[in-house]
Each structure stands twice: as C-alpha cells, then as structure tokens.
Design a protein around this ligand. Structure first.
Ligand code: SAM
Length: 354
C-alpha cells in the first residue's frame, strides 16, 4: 500500500508526462468539455516557456509559493485543484503544473477528468473519489500521502468541496497532519456573482435547495428574511419548480439573476423580477437546458413607517405613564429611532394638554 500502483488507481490519463494541447481552439471555441480532443504537445513547456525567472518566493510552512514561475509540486501534499466549468481554456497554469506532476489525481468521475487530462496531455493516474466512497477513499489517500506521493483532488467541474465531494477528504487529511494546498480557479458561484451586477455587499451561497417541494419551501422560508442576496445552484430538471417556489415565498418583486451555462456556448445571464421568471423560462424550451446559478437580490428595505402609525400606542402609554417611560416602551415595541418617538410623544402630550 502507499503507491498508486499498489492501490490500483482506476486509470491513467493521456500519454507522455509533459504534454499539452496546442493553444488553438476546438471548433466550439473550447466551450464544451465533452468536445475536447486529445493532444500530445509538451505540457509545462508551453505554459511555462514565457515566464520570467522567479524573483520572489514566499515561504508558507513547508509550502514554497512563487510569484510567476512554476512552484515545485510537493510530496505528502494534497492539492485541491479547480477545473473549468465549461470552457477548457479556463484551466489555470498552476492547475496544469500540479495535475501534470501529481502522482495520483483523485477525480469525481474519472471519465470526465480523463477528457480534460487528455486535452492537456496530463498522464497522472486517476483514482475515483466521489460522494459514495469519499470517506473510505480518504484513508487510502492519506496512505498515499504518508508514503510520499503527490495527490491532486478534482471534481467534474469547478472547485472541489463547493457543492461537490472533497470536504470530507480535506478534513481527514488535515486531521492526519498532512498538507492541503488550494489551487484556485473556476467556480460557478463566483463567476455568476461577478457578472450579476449585484449591488448587495453581502450574499449567501445556499448551494442546492432540497429536492422535495415541502422541504424546499421550508428552506426558502427560512432564508426569506436574511438581509443579503441568496445564491443557489440548480439543475435543469428542477429549475421551473425552484423558480415557482422562490417567487411564491419571496414575492414577485425581488430581482433575480439567472446565470445559465456560464463559459459555454449558450451562456445566458438574464435579469428579471422573480414574478416574471416562470413566464420567461416557459417562453423558450432551450432556456430550461443546462446548468444554472440563481441569484435573488435582498428585499428592498421597507420605507420607514409613518410615525403617526404609532399614535395609538403612544397615546395609551402617555395616558398611564410619564413621558420618558412611555418613550422607552414605545421604542422597544416599535424599533423606531428614539428621537422620532420622543418628538411625536411630546407633540401628542402638548395636543392633549391644549
Ligand atoms: N464545484 C462546482 C463549482 O465550483 O461551481 C459546482 C458543482 S455542482 C455539483 C454543479 C452545479 O454548479 C450545477 O448544477 C450548476 O448549478 C452549477 N454550475 C456548474 N457549472 C455551471 C455553469 N457552467 N453555468 C452555470 N452553473 C453551473
């Protein structure tokens, strides 16, 4: 145990360590992962050739982080590597460095990662690590790392552990006292928020809503009054039901951004009030296809209530209690600013005296 060979990793991707695809685009502009073709030019060479000699290295524990040139891919280290969410050219240079050097690539679906690896001429051994075997696989990964291997973790698309397998493995590796290093890159949530035009300074990533209608409605209800934008992932077979449920609970007026098929051929970013979303979706069957990020803007802050709406309460208090005490109770009951309540209480007191 302890080596990729000994543990029987599922397969090898591509041929010839050190190979990369030519920079030319496939016919679909590189947008569809499945359309990727194998290639056999030199990896490392192409992305690395233009880089200037390293001028600055940062030491972080046992990890050497360099500025601008490939860093060594270290033994006994788990690299959590983001991969494209559609457009193969969204891979980062560091992801190519790490995937090219890793002894083992733990992949959610080895067939999908094999396509990516083949496109970039990466030949690291692939081992399946998905939602159903993550915990038991974690022990094996720890064994490989302890034996000095370099392991990369990828999922089918985007960043591992973001609505994807990976968190349990990362936790297990941390608990085993071994190094975990992020190789950041694409993630649908970040891509969607970045083009949403969202004015809110805070947003909450909610991942996928529950599958059943009642649990989904309960969860949306729970999120309803959060004072920040809400970001959801959704799949095509549930998009219509989810839009209906969001409109029913959050009301028709909140603004929605639908970010569909990001970085792919049919990329769509559409902004619409929640109440109009179902009709927009139904207007063209193609709009239901693909992968979705939904961003619901926060409810507009309600205008301050007319101060007169609290007259009944204030008058009743003033009839029984001194001014200061009446104001204190009214502020606690209404959440209105103390100075506004005080001024109104004074006016009511004068009016009743005169
Ligand atoms: N780990 C991934 C990430 O970092 O974005 C997310 C994986 S999750 C299993 C898949 C969901 O992400 C899809 O159902 C969709 O909601 C969203 N997603 C992934 N790729 C997308 C894309 N190209 N456009 C829009 N949404 C996408």
């Amino acid at each position: 145990m302890g080596t990729a060979e000994a543990v029987g990793a599922e397969g090898a991707a591509g041929t010839g360590r050190g190979t990369v695809a030519p920079p030319g685009l496939p016919p679909d502009n590189g947008a569809v992962v499945q359309a990727a073709t194998a290639s056999s030019n030199a990896i490392g060479a192409a992305p690395r050739a233009h880089l200037k000699p390293n001028v600055c290295a940062i030491e972080k524990g046992n990890i050497v982080m360099t500025r601008g040139e490939p860093s060594p891919v270290l033994a006994r280290t788990l690299y959590v590597v983001a991969t494209p969410i559609g457009n193969l050219r969204d891979i980062t240079l560091r992801a190519l460095d790490v995937l090219g050097e890793a002894d083992i690539i733990a992949a959610e679906d080895t067939r999908i990662t094999a396509t990516l690896a083949s496109h970039y001429g990466i030949k690291g051994r692939l081992a399946a690590l998905h939602a159903h075997n993550e915990r038991q696989r974690a022990d094996e990964v720890i064994g490989w790392l302890a034996a000095g291997k370099r392991v990369a973790l990828v999922t089918d698309a985007g960043t591992p552990a973001i609505s994807d397998p990976g968190a349990a493995l990362v936790r297990a590796v941390i608990d085993a006292g071994l190094a975990v290093v992020p190789i950041p890159g694409p993630s649908a949530v970040i891509a969607a928020v970045s083009v949403s035009g969202l004015a809110a300074s805070q947003w909450l990533f909610c991942g996928f809503l529950p599958a059943t209608a009642s649990a989904r409605a309960r969860e949306i209800e729970r999120l309803r009054n959060f004072g920040c934008a809400l970001v959801f992932y959704e799949a095509p077979h549930r998009i219509a039901a989810t839009l209906d449920a969001l409109a029913a609970s959050l009301g028709p007026e909140r603004q929605l951004v639908i970010a569909r098929e990001l970085t792919k051929r049919f990329e769509t970013i559409h902004r619409i009030p929640l109440g109009d979303a179902a009709a927009w979706l139904a207007a063209d069957p193609d709009r239901k296809r693909g992968e979705f990020v939904l961003i619901v803007e926060p409810a507009a802050p309600s205008p301050p209530a007319e101060i007169e709406s609290h007259d009944a309460l204030l008058s009743a208090l003033l009839a029984e209690l001194p001014l200061a005490q009446s104001v204190r109770i009214a502020v606690a009951a209404t959440n209105v600013a103390k100075n506004r309540i005080y001024e109104r209480a004074l006016a009511l007191k004068k009016a009743s005296a005169g």
